[in-house]
Design a protein around this ligand. Sequence first.
Ligand code: HEM
Length: 293
Amino acid sequence: MKMHDLAFSSRPLSTTVSELTNSGRDIIFAPYGDFWRQLRKIAITELLSARRVLSFRRVREEEVAAMLRAVAAAADDVIDMRERLSTVVSDVSARVLLGDRCKERDMFLRQLDVGIELAAGFNPADLWPSSWLARELTTSVRRAKRCRDAVFRMLDRIIKEHLERVESGEADKAEDLLTVLLKIQRDGELDMDVVKSMIFDLLSGGSETSATSLEWCMAELIQKPRVMKRVTDEVRRTFAQHGTVPEQDLSELRYLHLVIRETLRLHPPLPLLLPRECQEPRRVLGPRVSRCS
Ligand code: HEM
C-alpha cells in the first residue's frame, strides 16, 4: 500500500456519503489535494500529536474510574456492558473533543448508527448519480441530509455554549480539540462547517470502533477462562499497591496487550478499511486496477 499510497488516497464519494460529509469537506472523505493535505496536517500536528493525546490522560482515567465504580455498585444486577462501554468511550471522546460530556449523547449515538447504516448500505441514487429523479425517489439521501443537519444543529449548540464558557473564563485550562479548531477557524484557515465536520469525524471515528473492540475483547475473555485468569492476575499483581490503574503504567500489562492485539486480529472493526478509490491506473501485485475503481 505504501508504494501506491497517493494513487489510493481518495475515497469514493457516494451520493449518501456526500450528503453526510458536506460534499467531502471533512478528514475522512476529502479528495486528495491541497484541502486533504491541510486537514491531515492539522490532524497530525494539532489534534492527535503525542503531546496532545497525553494531555487528556486525566479525562480517560476519570471516565474509566467512574464506569468501574458504576459497574461495581451494580455488581448484584445484570449489567449491559455493551451500553456501558459505548457510554464510556463516547464520554471520553466528548470531553476530549468538546471539553465536556455531551448532553445530547444519546441523540448523537442514534444519529451515528443512522449515518453508519446509510454510508455502508445500498443506495439506488449511486447507480444514477446525475439523475435528480433517482435522488428524489430514494429516501437515503434525504435521511442522510436529516442526519447531518441533526448533528450539525447539535454541534452549533455545543459551539455556542463552548464560546460562552471561554468568554466567561469558565473553560478548563487543558485545551480541548474544539478550542484548537476554533482558533484555527478564527485565523481564517477553516470555515465553521469544516470544523463541525472534523468534530463529527473524530466523534464517530472513535466511538463505534473502540467500543466494539472492547466488547469483543470481553466476550473473548469470557469464552476463555484460562486467559481471563491470566489477564486478571496480571492486572492485580501490577496494580496491587496502587488501588487504581494509572495510565502511565499500562505498558507493564504485556499479556493484556497481546490479548487486545489478538482481539483486533480476530474481530477487526473495519476489516476492509474505509473504501478507497484508485486515481490513476496501477498494477497492484500483478492485477491492473483501473481509474475510479
Ligand atoms: C479500535 C479503535 C479503532 C480502529 C480499529 C480504527 C480503524 C480505522 C480504520 C481501519 C480506518 C481506515 C484506514 C484506511 O482507510 O486506511 C480508520 C480511519 C480513521 N479513523 Fe480510526 N480506528 C479506531 C479508532 C479511532 C479513533 C479513537 C479516532 C478518533 C480520534 C479515529 C479516527 C479516524 C479517522 C479520522 C480516520 C480517517 C483517516 C484518513 O482518512 O486518513 N479512529 N480507522
